[in-house]
Design a protein around this ligand. Structure first.
Ligand code: ACO
Length: 327
């Protein structure tokens, strides 16, 4: 019998405050029609002042732990994929560990932008293969609204806030993670970046006046790279699991753009009902998008025991990843 890493609980949380396309029409030169047709987004959730990344991550984690029936004190490891931590030090994972009361579980953040959750889940999988009794919390959590230039219509209509979490442990039943694939290409980092506030460009008036503390994205170029990488990693992850497209029950792809999701559906020859979509409600929440979608699919009864699920992501760096699992 093979011991696999299995997700035994999922949770998600988004801030209460909703910002609709109509709201954005009164803030910048845009329209509900442009945003809907170009991105698929109708609304997004935005954290209120004082509501931080770790607050969202803690709520999502509590929901996942409660579903799993696991106490925070039983956790061995907490891994958070994020690009918008509360502060450079400590990590979001350490803040979550303290707030949950997770004993002295190890805790660290993973910097892999929109692939942060799949990178975290893949790391969790490796730890569990080494020691199947481990209980690990893999999280994706972002407050992108604080790294968004609200005068830049090419990005501010897209990015949003939220968190998702999964509890992972070893299991001998038929479900679990079958394959993980991680990739990156740092040579084109300038296409999607937050240049400032790191050690290369520490905070000063010049950096702020240039807007280098905000997300900058060459959307059209990113789009071209994203569709190619996502299609390729989908095939790679399925091949490693021994699947063809026909074996797939649900594709959960990073919710970056409805046109990317439509492209993938066509290229992978999938019917509409096999591609999960919630970008209309949440926008692009980067590392949080896949675990939020996974939790929604799980809680709505869309995931059945034995289903074959493919998760794929693409983001700044560039990073991209694919994970297959049997539910
Ligand atoms: N409202 C109205 N018009 C707009 C807006 C807006 N919000 N934003 C841009 N436009 C205009 C542009 O100025 C441009 O006008 P022009 O032709 O007069 O110059 C026109 O619309 C077309 O602009 P494009 O940038 O070519 O629009 P595109 O169709 O490519 O859509 C988008 C832009 C949505 C950003 C798309 O390129 C995209 O989704 N890219 C990929 C994003 C992605 O996958 N990111 C990776 C993950 S995110 C992460 O890692 C954090």
């Amino acid at each position: 019998m093979t011991t696999r890493s299995k997700i035994v609980g999922t949770g998600s949380f988004v801030p209460e405050q909703v910002l609709t396309n109509r709201d954005l029409e009164s803030m910048i030169d845009t329209s509900d029609e442009w945003i809907t047709t170009r991105t698929g987004i109708k609304q997004r959730h935005i954290a209120r002042p004082g509501e931080n990344n770790s607050d969202l991550a803690v709520e999502a984690s509590r929901a996942a732990l409660s579903m799993a029936g696991i106490e925070p004190a039983e956790l061995d490891l907490i891994i958070v994929g994020t690009l918008t931590g509360d502060m450079p030090m400590p990590s979001v994972a350490c803040l979550v560990q303290d707030r949950l009361g997770a004993g002295h579980a190890g805790a660290f953040d993973v910097s892999a932008t929109c692939s942060g959750f799949l990178y975290s889940l893949s790391i969790a999988d490796k730890f569990i293969k080494d020691n199947p009794s481990m209980k690990i919390l893999a999280i994706g959590s972002e407050v992108l609204s604080r790294r968004t230039n609200w005068n830049d219509r090419t990005t501010c209509v897209i990015f949003a806030d939220g968190a998702g979490a999964a509890v992972v442990t070893g299991s001998d039943d038929e479900g679990g993670i079958l394959s993980t694939c991680l990739h990156a290409d740092g040579s084109v980092w300038e296409l999607l970046t937050i240049r400032g506030l790191g050690t290369a460009h520490p905070i000063d008036q010049d950096i702020i006046s240039k807007g280098w503390h905000y997300i900058e994205m060459k959307g059209r170029d990113v789009f071209k790279h994203a569709v190619k990488a996502l299609e390729s990693v989908a095939h790679e992850a399925m091949e490693r699991a021994g699947w063809t497209n026909e074996d797939l029950d649900l594709l959960i792809a990073h919710q970056a753009n409805i046109r990317i999701l439509d492209f993938l559906r066509e290229r992978l020859h999938l019917p509409k009902e096999k591609v999960f979509i919630n970008i209309d409600k949440y926008g692009n929440t980067s590392a949080a998008s896949i675990p939020i979608a996974l939790d929604e699919a799980n809680r709505s009864g869309r995931l059945k025991k034995g289903d074959n699920i493919l998760m794929i992501s693409f983001g700044g760096g560039f990073t991209w990843a694919g994970v297959t699992m049997r539910w």
